[in-house]
Design a protein around this ligand. Structure first.
Ligand SMILES: Cc1cc2nc3c(=O)[nH]c(=O)nc-3n(C[C@H](O)[C@H](O)[C@H](O)COP(=O)(O)O)c2cc1C
Ligand SMILES: C=C(O[C@@H]1CC(C(=O)O)=C[C@@H](OP(=O)(O)O)[C@H]1O)C(=O)O
Length: 387
């Protein structure tokens, strides 16, 4: 299963094509729109999110609420586009476009590297595509994958564990359903009310100072069959593919599985999860510090993955940069921006993880129809329990 996205931040729409979904999978437009709406929310978002109201238009691959097995094409309209038609060159107004030409690279963005690489003197040709607007299409892809996971009884949830210096402790004993319910009720998608208060205070403080904040998000996937991914080759290791998916989200600088980087400070006996057996569960682990993976394969424990997002690079408090034409220094400042998008990015993280798990599911239990897939998943669960 694979997908492609196309679209600029201020172009007419985002386009998504998903290829390789099994046929007869129940498909709900409302569930995709629900994920898109979640991505738009969160404390710290800027004015653009008041303009957009993301929803998908189904263009192909779905009939009567089910996949047909053909490529699924979806689009998401950019409402803001109506104000950008001349500048974006769709109905060209060269004078207006020249006035809005971007010759001043913003630190922390793709602007300068992209301009040199693709030989653009107007960095709008870079920034339009490097914008995190594209994550709306990726969330739509994940929201479709999520419906396949749901069909196979696999549940997924995410939350924010850090914003600035405000953070929560590691979870113990939370189900995905409980994480989803509690995080949904929080403006910063945080499970701890004390940490939530401090996160909001720090976002406000940063905003007042014209600054921005990053943070850490966590995604948990439950009821995963044993053996997704593989130890046999580097690019089949599912933990590695999940890390890649997280770091591919705009502004994400790292990811860890389970206790991740903390493992470097501890002894082996404090890290590895002991293997237990019972009649009811079959083989299972006594703890889940390794986040559901050994040897690049799922071990049946929940997948736990964290990702770190840097602070938003566009600041009201200007940063020094140099003009492309004059080579004169200037101070980069802005018209509008998010000042913290960590809560929104946690929704993106959930959905890119959903995509990778669904992709691995289809590789392990290759099936033309959703019913065949479910049969294979149930069989693997049964075999693992009796092993
Ligand atoms: C949901 C989301 C919203 C974002 N909003 C903004 C924003 O409003 N302003 C901004 O400068 N960067 C924003 N970013 C981050 C930039 O897109 C990102 O830092 C930039 O494209 C450079 O990529 P890199 O940080 O991965 O190197 C956002 C990222 C995400 C995930
Ligand atoms: C449009 C979205 O986020 C945008 C991501 C973004 C960036 O530089 O990444 C910059 C801002 O765009 P604009 O300059 O149009 O306000 C955000 O609003 C979105 O998340 O849908």
């Amino acid at each position: 299963m694979r997908y492609l996205t196309a679209g600029e931040s201020h172009g007419p729409q985002l386009t998504l094509i998903i290829e390789g979904l099994p046929s007869r999978m129940p498909f709900s437009k409302e569930k995709v729109d629900h994920e898109l709406a979640r991505r738009q929310k969160g404390y710290g978002r800027g004015r653009r999110m008041q303009i957009e109201s993301d929803e998908i238009r189904i263009l192909s691959g779905i009939r009567f609420g089910k996949t047909t097995g053909a490529p699924v094409a979806l689009s998401i309209e950019n409402k803001d586009w109506k104000k950008w038609t001349e500048i974006m060159g769709i109905h060209p107004d060269e004078e207006k476009a020249a006035k809005r030409r971007v010759s001043r690279p913003r630190p922390g963005h793709a602007d300068l590297n992209g301009a040199i690489k693709y030989n653009h003197r107007d960095m709008r040709d870079v920034l339009e595509r490097s914008s995190a607007r594209e994550t709306a299409a990726r969330v739509a892809a994940g929201a479709v994958a999520r419906q396949l996971l749901e069909y196979c009884g696999i549940r997924l949830a995410g939350h924010v564990v850090r914003i600035g210096s405000a953070g929560t402790r590691r979870l113990a004993g939370w189900t995905a359903a409980a994480i989803a319910e509690k995080s949904e009720a929080s403006p910063v998608r945080c499970l701890d009310p004390e940490a939530e208060k401090e996160m909001i205070r720090q976002i406000d403080e940063a905003k007042q100072e014209g600054d921005s904040l990053g943070g850490v998000v966590e995604v948990v996937v439950e009821n995963v069959p044993v053996g997704l991914g593989s130890h046999v080759h580097w690019d089949r290791k599912l933990d590695a593919r999940i890390v890649q998916a997280i770091v591919s989200i705009n502004a994400f600088k790292g990811a860890e599985i389970g206790i991740g980087f903390e493992a470097g400070e501890l002894k082996g006996s404090q890290v590895h999860d002991e293997i237990l057996w019972s009649e009811e569960k079959g083989f299972h682990r006594g703890s889940n510090r390794l986040g559901g993976f050994e040897g690049g394969m799922t071990n049946g424990e929940p997948i736990v993955v964290r990702g770190v997002m840097k602070p938003i690079p566009t600041l009201y408090k200007p940063l020094r940069s140099v003009d492309l034409d004059s080579k004169e220094p200037f101070e980069a400042s802005i018209e509008r921006s998010d000042n913290c998008a960590v809560p929104a990015a946690s929704v993106v993280a959930e959905n890119v993880v959903a995509w990778e798990v669904a992709r691995a599911l289809l590789e392990t239990f290759s099936s033309d129809t959703a019913e065949d897939l479910l049969r294979e998943v149930v069989r693997r669960r049964e075999e693992a329990r009796k092993f």
